[in-house]
Design a protein around this ligand. Structure first.
Ligand SMILES: [Zn+2]
Length: 424
């Protein structure tokens, strides 16, 4: 093996091991910390959270963290199997022998890779829904609904993914050295289109969306949106209870096509003032331009990613260093895409604390906005109900939370909301 390839192999292994160790250490910390605080409800929540609810949250958190470790181990094994142990090379050679080199072979490689990955992950996905979520009373899915989702998901994935993949592969072969700029443009256009099509075309395949009927709530929500200078094209209720007892509310779409979606579970759990406060928090994300900032960041990072892909896909060591022999007389573009998608997360994992930190500061800003537009005490009580109903732990390990949490721990968020509500 030439030396850049060897360097890449070594770096790949080092990152894989470093990631495994970091994940294991963090998960163990979280499990130990939550278990240690399982017996007593933190003083700040003693009035509102029962010991039973606190213990359920602890058990749920610990079970999920343990399951996460199993998932991490399987993913690492798969990654190694695909790359240095020769899985992807074997699949590529087999398809080359059967189909010859060309667009059909490349698309088949992408499809077979996704299919195998999906099938291997299936038992864990089943376990997560029908063992873990079920045990804690969250799962509302039947096996046939779960299988139906799986089938629809795969179908949508193929119908949307294959044409995009074909276009990108074609650009890689036909657009010369700067193909990656064009491919980036296609990818961005696709993402913007998805923002429009997801709420109106894709999401209704999986859930029912009905206009909000409750007149009192409608008046209230419309008044809030007017006060905040926010135009949306409708208020919808989604039958989230069909799948899970977890509750949520969100905005989708952009421009004039924005809609507000409430999970039916949220409307059951919160009173109108609390729903108002939660919605004001979501509006805060729009008003403080968090959504726009995220989209711009995604644009910039993916341009960087495509530039990098443009460079490495032309280097022999990129393939051999990751356990694949590039073909001399057929395009290797699908191989390059797959290897790149597998390797990049090894690097970006170590950026997650930065991303999580940005997200947490956005959450505080949205809370502040909600406090200014509605009542901070309503938001605090809504959050507490949601924490309780979702069995989120109130006592996460501080290091684990700093590394992963996209939302500030309940104690910090609620302390701020309560402090603002108390006259000095
Ligand atoms: Zn938020």
């Amino acid at each position: 093996m030439e030396s850049p390839a060897l360097m890449l192999s070594l770096m790949f292994c080092a990152l894989l091991v470093a990631g495994l160790i970091t994940r294991t250490v963090l998960a163990s910390r979280q499990i130990r910390h939550v278990a240690r605080h399982r017996a007593t409800v933190p003083a700040a929540f003693a009035q509102t959270i029962t010991p039973e609810a606190h213990q359920k949250a602890a058990d749920y958190t610990i079970t999920k963290a343990r399951f996460g470790l199993l998932d991490t181990a399987l993913e690492a094994a798969m990654l190694l199997g695909w790359t240095l142990l020769g899985g992807l090379d074997w699949l590529n050679q087999t398809l080359l022998a059967a189909l010859g080199g060309g667009m059909v072979q490349q698309l088949s490689l992408l499809a077979a890779f996704s299919l195998i990955g999906g099938l291997v992950g299936l038992p864990l996905a089943w376990w997560s829904t029908f063992r873990i979520e079920e045990r804690f009373g969250f799962n509302k899915m039947t096996l046939s609904l779960w299988l139906g989702d799986l089938f629809k998901g795969a179908l949508v994935g193929a119908l949307v993914g294959l044409p995009i993949a074909a276009l990108v592969l074609w650009l890689m072969g036909a657009a010369g050295a700067s193909w990656w700029v064009w491919a980036w443009g296609v990818w961005m256009a696709f993402n913007l289109l998805a923002l429009v099509l997801y709420p109106t075309v894709i999401a209704p395949l999986f859930n029912k969306f009905e206009p909000l009927q409750d007149e009192t709530l409608k008046t209230r929500v419309n008044a809030l949106m007017q006060r905040c200078g926010f135009a949306a094209k409708g208020l919808f209720v989604m039958d989230g209870s069909k799948r899970s007892a977890h509750a949520n509310a969100y905005f989708t779409g952009f421009g004039a096509a924005k809609r507000v979606v409430f999970f039916d579970t949220l409307l059951q759990q919160l009173n109108p003032a609390e729903i108002d406060a939660v919605l004001a928090h979501e509006l805060g994300h729009y008003k403080r331009r968090h959504i726009l900032k995220r989209i711009v960041l995604m644009f910039a990072l993916s341009l960087l990613g495509f530039a990098l892909l443009g460079w490495v896909s032309g280097q022999n060591w990129f393939y051999t260093g990751l356990g694949v022999m590039p073909s001399l007389d057929a395009p290797n573009n699908a191989l390059a895409l797959l290897l790149f998608m597998m390797v990049v997360p090894l690097f970006t994992y170590f950026l997650s604390p930065l991303m999580a930190r940005m997200s947490r500061s956005h959450e505080f800003e949205a809370d502040a906005y909600a406090m200014a537009q509605t009542n901070g005490q309503d938001l605090a009580s809504a959050l507490l109900k949601l924490y309780k109903d979702n069995a989120s732990t109130l006592t996460p390990d501080p290091v684990f939370a700093r590394f992963y949490y996209s939302h500030p721990p309940a104690s910090e968020r609620i302390a701020r909301l309560r402090a603002a509500g108390t006259p000095a």
